[in-house]
Design a protein around this ligand. Structure first.
Ligand SMILES: [Zn+2]
Length: 382
């Protein structure tokens, strides 16, 4: 009996010894792993990427907490613009065997964003096309893919791809607005190649998919200014009916349409259209000039009465009347006002530009650029 008891005690002691040893080994391994991991990070921070990669690759078994650190670190590098380091970290994660499927997908998604941010669109596209078969990545992959086609100016792919999407709203923009913009981009490409017929065909396609495509109307107006003033006017009329602030944006072309043809019936149509739409916020030096000329080189009282709540109207009118008196100070002021009258801001991210653009280069949104006038920016004490 005593012998059996002794045997049981010996077995229990052995079992306790065995488990405590194995736990000690685990701890030692974790400590070694952790030390190596931080050595790797240190190399990375010191720009010794090759040494860092070697260490990271040797650390085959990654525990879940380290994976999170890898992902976080990769994201930080990407935001800092250090894309090669972000790529290295995510590739290192992916090179590990037995990686949990959800971590693998997340790492692939992060890697595609690294390639995208680095401008390596073909590599980014390849990953996204595979990853989008996964339901939880479907929507974000599609958004990135479409943005990839936009930024690489592959308008044919952008058109085909956006037509196939299930969602009608992409990056907060209706699909038809995007499609029409892609057709307009194609039109610009055709125009550069002097293929006028193809330019007009795709502009009409843009209007077919989006009846309010102001860009297509603006381009068709500009294309017809020299050759077909009546048609140019019709497109201009459609454009300002969609959004009257285009009176400001295309004011110089309105002046050009009038001065090129010097046709009184055309000028009357322009005059009536402007008078009908003008409000104080739509004062424009170019439009003032057109109205002044139309009014036989006198103050255009009808126009002024529509917009006189804008303080620049009176200033500009007083200066313009003395334009021919060779007063250099007045003329300089007129030029300064005219040259700086308009600027443009993105209503999504605040990006500012001196010219009108359709896609914000900062936040990549379409049709978020709005005109801003000196009157909006300057407060005059009355
Ligand atoms: Zn923006």
């Amino acid at each position: 009996m005593i012998e059996i008891l002794i045997t049981i005690i010996i077995i229990i002691v052995l079992v306790i010894f065995f488990f405590s040893k194995s736990s000690l080994n685990d701890q030692t391994a974790a400590t070694t792993y952790s030390a190596e991991y931080y050595r790797g990070l240190n190399y990375l921070l010191n720009n010794e990427d090759d040494k860092a990669l070697r260490i990271f690759t040797d650390l085959i078994d990654v525990d879940s907490s380290t994976i999170e650190t890898h992902l976080a670190l990769g994201g930080v590098y990407r935001r800092r613009g250090e894309f090669d380091k972000a790529i290295l970290i995510h590739q290192n994660l992916l090179s590990r065997p037995n990686l949990d499927k959800s971590i693998k997908n997340q790492s692939l998604y992060e890697l595609s964003k690294d390639f995208f941010s680095a401008g390596l669109y073909d590599k980014s596209e390849k990953i996204l096309l595979n990853l989008k078969s996964n339901k939880s990545y479907y929507e974000s992959c599609n958004e990135y893919l479409l943005l990839t086609y936009e930024l690489s100016k592959d308008w044919d792919k952008a058109i085909t791809f956006s037509k196939d999407l299930k969602s009608d709203i992409i990056r907060n923009t209706p699909r038809e607005v995007l499609l029409a913009q892609y057709y307009c981009e194609k039109a610009i490409d055709y125009l550069k190649d002097e293929q006028l017929n193809k330019t007009i065909t795709v502009l009409k396609k843009a209007i077919d998919v989006n009846k309010s495509c102001s860009r297509a109307y603006k381009l068709l107006f500009e294309l017809n200014i020299e050759s077909n003033p009546e048609l140019a006017f019709d497109y201009l009329h459609s454009l300002v009916k969609i959004n009257s602030s285009f009176i400001l944006i295309v004011s110089n072309d309105i002046l050009r349409l009038s001065s090129t043809h010097q046709n009184s019936s055309l000028d009357k149509k322009i005059y009536d259209m402007i008078l009908k739409l003008s409000t104080p916020t739509l004062f424009s030096p170019d439009i003032y000039e057109f109205m002044f000329n139309y009014n036989k080189f006198e103050t255009p009282s009808d126009y002024i009465s529509r917009i006189n709540a804008n303080l620049f109207t009176e200033i500009y009118d007083n200066l313009y009347k003395t334009k021919n008196d060779n007063l250099s100070f007045q003329n300089d002021l007129l030029s300064i006002i005219k040259d700086n009258y308009l600027s443009f801001n993105c209503n999504n991210c605040g990006y500012s530009s001196n010219s009108y653009i359709w896609q914000c280069p900062s936040c990549n949104s379409w049709e978020t650029i709005e005109p801003s006038t000196i009157s909006d920016r300057v407060t005059i004490d009355g």
